[in-house]
Design a protein around this ligand. Structure first.
Ligand code: ADE
Length: 230
């Protein structure tokens, strides 16, 4: 049995939406190995009335509902009694854009609480008084924070030591050294006359490593020159 390295709590109004993305492949393995635990909490466990209400219209008018203060405060404060969080993260399109550096740094923490907004988002006072980090997964608007929370959990979870084996090592991922990953090939060496670069068949690890590095630079220059300036 491994030592649990990371516990992530997620507060959402759509708990079912969170289940599938975290129940397969590497995320499944991380949890089976006990390296990562993820607990999804339905915000409707903390409603303001017997109708299960957790959202309301926004002051000042305008379309769209807002997740209210009280259910979120009750949820956060109950969870805080069980754990001290390193970060309480709100997933929102106006947050800091997620990148590998942020994922690497969050993977070193122990306890994270992720809050998923829905509809128009959450009451600003929660952001002012509880949230320690706001993260966006890109410049586009999703229907809610759930898929963003799943993306963040995956990006962090796969970095925990012991989750990936040599074959899937994160060290050769795109972005780990601000370079995109080089092209990869598998059998057969010749498919319809489309041949694998001969150097990959040479059996010379040093030359192969050099080729991969050159290809990574070439690809990054072509597709993401901004990464080379960081
Ligand atoms: N919620 C809605 N859109 C989002 C985005 N792009 N990133 C994070 N959370 C979001």
């Amino acid at each position: 049995m491994y030592l649990c390295l990371m516990h992530i709590d997620i507060i959402t109004v759509l708990p079912d939406l969170m289940q599938s993305p975290l129940s397969h492949s590497i995320m499944k393995r991380a949890q089976e190995k006990g390296l990562l635990t993820v607990q999804v909490h339905n915000l409707r466990q903390w409603p303001v009335n017997e109708y299960g209400q957790v959202d309301d219209y926004q002051y000042g008018g305008g379309a769209g509902m807002v997740l209210m203060c009280e259910p979120l405060v009750n949820a956060i404060e109950q969870l805080q009694k069980e754990r001290a969080y390193d970060e309480i993260i709100y997933l929102t399109p106006d947050g800091k854009t997620l990148n590998q550096r942020i994922a690497n740094s969050l993977s070193l923490k122990g306890h994270l609480l992720l809050i998923c907004g829905h509809y128009k988002g959450i009451d600003q006072r929660i952001r002012d008084h509880y949230i320690t980090l706001e993260i966006s997964i890109g410049d586009y608007v999703l229907s809610g924070g759930e898929l963003a929370a799943a993306v963040l959990t995956d990006a962090i979870g796969r970095l925990l030591p012991g989750v990936l084996n040599d074959e899937t090592s994160a060290l050769t991922d795109s972005f780990q050294d601000n370079l995109l990953a080089p092209p990869v090939y598998s059998r057969p060496a010749d498919f319809r006359g489309w041949r694998v670069p001969p150097i990959l068949l040479s059996g010379d690890p040093k030359k192969i490593e050099e080729w991969r590095h050159e290809e990574a630079i070439k690809r990054t220059e072509e597709r993401r020159p901004d990464l080379l300036k960081e």
